[in-house]
Design a protein around this ligand. Structure first.
Ligand code: SF4
Length: 370
C-alpha cells in the first residue's frame, strides 16, 4: 500500500511525519505546479470548486508516482468540501486510474467507519503508535505555523527581497528532519534564530490581514503567493487561519490566540449564522482586523465558492461601516498572476494612504480586541 494525500500549505509536514514515524510507505505528490492545475482542470467539472481541481491534479500526479491509496477528508454540507472525496473517486475511476480512495469523516455517526479505515492505513501498527505519531506531527505543524507567522510579520522589513522566504525554507528543512521531541526543541531555538538573523531596514508600516477560504489562504502556490507579494510590497501581513488552527476541532486557534466563536460574535451584525466553509469567519475576522488597527483586508476566494461568495457580498458593507478597505481576489485556473500583482500593489498603496491619513501608530500585537 502506497498512501498519498493532496498538498495544502504545510500539511505535508503533518502527514509525512505521521507516516515516517509509523514506518508506513507513502508518496508525496510532486510540488504544486502549472501541470497540477492543468491536470485537475482537464479532468474536473468546469464549475467545480477550484480546490477540487487542484487536489485532483495532486492525486493524478501521486498515482503517476506510484500511489495506490488516496486520503481525503470528507463529510457533508452545507459546503461542497465534504463531497470532494466521492466526486474525485468517480472522476479518477472514469479516467481509468487504479487506486483506492479513503475518505476520512469526523461526524459522530461516521467515526466507526473512519476508525476502520485508519486501522487499514496503519497496517498492523498499534493505535498507540498512531496516536504518538499524530501528536508529534502536530507539534511540528505548530512550530511551522509560528515560523510562518514570524515570516509574515517581518518580511516587509527585509533588506534584500526574498531573504525571509529563504530563511523560512531553511527552517522547513530543519523541522522536516527532526525525529524526536528533543530534536524539535533544539530546532525551535535554531529556527527562530535563523528568522531573526535576516538583515532588516526601517520601513513605514502598513498592516494587511488575509481572510478567505481555508485552502486558498493556506496554499501559497495556488493563492499566487499573495502573502509574499504583500510582504514584498512593504506590508506587515497576518492571516486569519493557520494549519493547526484549522486542524483543531475544538474551535480554538492556538496560533492566533483566540477562539472561532469570538469571530462569529463579531460577524453577528452582518451575518447571523454559519454559511459553510469560512464564510462567517471572513466577515468576523475582517471586523477583528479592523479592531486591531489593520489598514486593509484581502479576501481570497476560489471561483464558485458558495460561502465566500456570501461573504464577498457582505464585505462592502463592513468596509463602508468601518472605513477599512477590502479587496476580494477570486482565483481559478484562468487567473493571471500579473493582474493580481497589479491589484495587490494598488491596494497596498491605498491602505498606506489610509494609514497616513489616520495617522495611527502601529499595533504590532494580534490579540483579540474583546
Ligand atoms: S469552501 Fe468554497 S471552495 Fe471550499 S469546498 Fe466549500 S464551496 Fe468549495
Amino acid at each position: 500500500m502506497k498512501i498519498s494525500w493532496p498538498h495544502m500549505g504545510s500539511l505535508e509536514f503533518v502527514m509525512g511525519s505521521v507516516f515516517e514515524e509509523m514506518g508506513v510507505d507513502y508518496v508525496l505528490p510532486p510540488p504544486n505546479s502549472q501541470r497540477t492545475l492543468e491536470l485537475g482542470a482537464r479532468h474536473g467539472p468546469e464549475f467545480a470548486c477550484f480546490p477540487l481541481k487542484t487536489t485532483l491534479g495532486n492525486f493524478i500526479e501521486a498515482i503517476e508516482k506510484g500511489a495506490d491509496t488516496l486520503i481525503m477528508v470528507a463529510g457533508r454540507g452545507p459546503c461542497r468540501f465534504g463531497y470532494y472525496a466521492e466526486t474525485q473517486r468517480r472522476i479518477l475511476e472514469e479516467a481509468g486510474y487504479d487506486f483506492r480512495m479513503v475518505p476520512l469523516e469526523f461526524e459522530p455517526a461516521k467515526i466507526p467507519a473512519t476508525l476502520r479505515r485508519l486501522h487499514d492505513l496503519k497496517q498492523g501498527r498499534s493505535w498507540l503508535s498512531l496516536y504518538r505519531a499524530i501528536k508529534f506531527a502536530l507539534n511540528k505543524a505548530y512550530l511551522i505555523d509560528r515560523l510562518e507567522r514570524q515570516a509574515l510579520h517581518q518580511r516587509y522589513l527585509d533588506r534584500e527581497k526574498g531573504a525571509t522566504t529563504a530563511a523560512l525554507k531553511r527552517c522547513y528543512a530543519l523541522v522536516w528532519d527532526a525525529g524526536s521531541y528533543a530534536a524539535l526543541d533544539g530546532i525551535e531555538e535554531e529556527a527562530f534564530a535563523i528568522m531573526h538573523s535576516v538583515p532588516r531596514v526601517e520601513r513605514e508600516e502598513v498592516k494587511i490581514g488575509i481572510v478567505g477560504e481555508f485552502y486558498l489562504v493556506l496554499e501559497p502556490f495556488f493563492n499566487l503567493n499573495v502573502e509574499e507579494q504583500l510582504g514584498n510590497l512593504g506590508a506587515y501581513v497576518e492571516r486569519n487561519i493557520y494549519l493547526t488552527d484549522w486542524l483543531r476541532p475544538s474551535g480554538e486557534r492556538p496560533v492566533l490566540g483566540h477562539r472561532e466563536h469570538a469571530s462569529e460574535l463579531l460577524a453577528m451584525a452582518y451575518l447571523t449564522h454559519k454559511v459553510g466553509g469560512e464564510g462567517i469567519f471572513s466577515v468576523g475576522d475582517t471586523v477583528l482586523f479592523h479592531n486591531q488597527g489593520f489598514d486593509g483586508v484581502v479576501q481570497l476566494m476560489p471561483f464558485t465558492c458558495m460561502p465566500e461568495t456570501i461573504a464577498k457580498s457582505i464585505l462592502p458593507l463592513v468596509s463602508r461601516d468601518l472605513g477599512i478597505p477590502v479587496l476580494s481576489v477570486v482565483i481559478d485556473e484562468m487567473t493571471g498572476r500579473a493582474g493580481v500583482a497589479t491589484r495587490l500593489e494598488a491596494f497596498t498603496d491605498l491602505a498606506r494612504f489610509r494609514r497616513r491619513a489616520h495617522g495611527r501608530e502601529a499595533d504590532l500585537t494580534l490579540q483579540p480586541a474583546f
